[in-house]
Design a protein around this ligand. Sequence first.
Ligand code: SF4
Ligand code: SF4
Ligand code: FES
Length: 244
Amino acid sequence: MTQRTLTFEIFRFDPFEPGDKPTMQSFELEEAPGMTVFVALKQLREQQDPSLQFDFVCRAGICGSCAMVINGVPTLACRTLTANYPQGRIKLMPLPGFELIGDLSVNTGKFMRQLSERIGAWLHPKKAVHSFDAIEQKMEPHLAEAIYETERCVECGCCVSACATAQIRETFVGAVGMNKVARFALDDRDVREVDDFYHVIGDEDGVFGCMTLLGCADTCPKDLSHQAQIGYLRRKLALHPRII
Ligand code: SF4
Ligand code: SF4
Ligand code: FES
């Protein structure tokens, strides 16, 4: 690999600093073999500007913290190689649709917590047994696999930032919200029926507001099948006799 110099254009703004204004700041950095955007940001912070704000925890595509917009596409900085950009120019913006903490750092945690509380994203068991001796309830392997597939979401927020509907309607639950609802609608241990879910996502803030252009599926770093989950929920809600 030929050594080259990368040019980064990075969004800078501290919303808590009175009088501060959003700007783009340029940095240059020597590329290293196998370098990710996250590694580059870490070096920039260590070597050039300790005030640069961005988030990370796992560095392995698991925690979802390092999501940002890289050359126009919401994605994970720790899973994005600088080699993917042959021109060597990389523009970094914070994820839109979330509260800005500063520079590239946004508060996805607050968004995800409010979303989970709103849609009741936890198991509502048919019968709650509080005993250490209780035996695990059996589940068909194909159902366990379908639930596991939805559970792979790392709450990075890329699908929300890539979604035009979520950007124009703050109350839209987004693909991440519909994925969470699908997870509990699939689970036969959950006491909620279809009309309970209808009250949560059976309107334009949920499945009927989604335009199915699948920006969510294009950007999800875990390749979750949003099309399948949205289609599953639409069919389930539209065909249910008690809500027609
Ligand atoms: S398919 Fe629906 S949830 Fe996904 S990006 Fe489009 S409007 Fe948003
Ligand atoms: S569904 Fe995909 S893009 Fe959306 S929050 Fe989960 S992992 Fe991220
Ligand atoms: S640092 Fe955890 S997903 Fe990138």
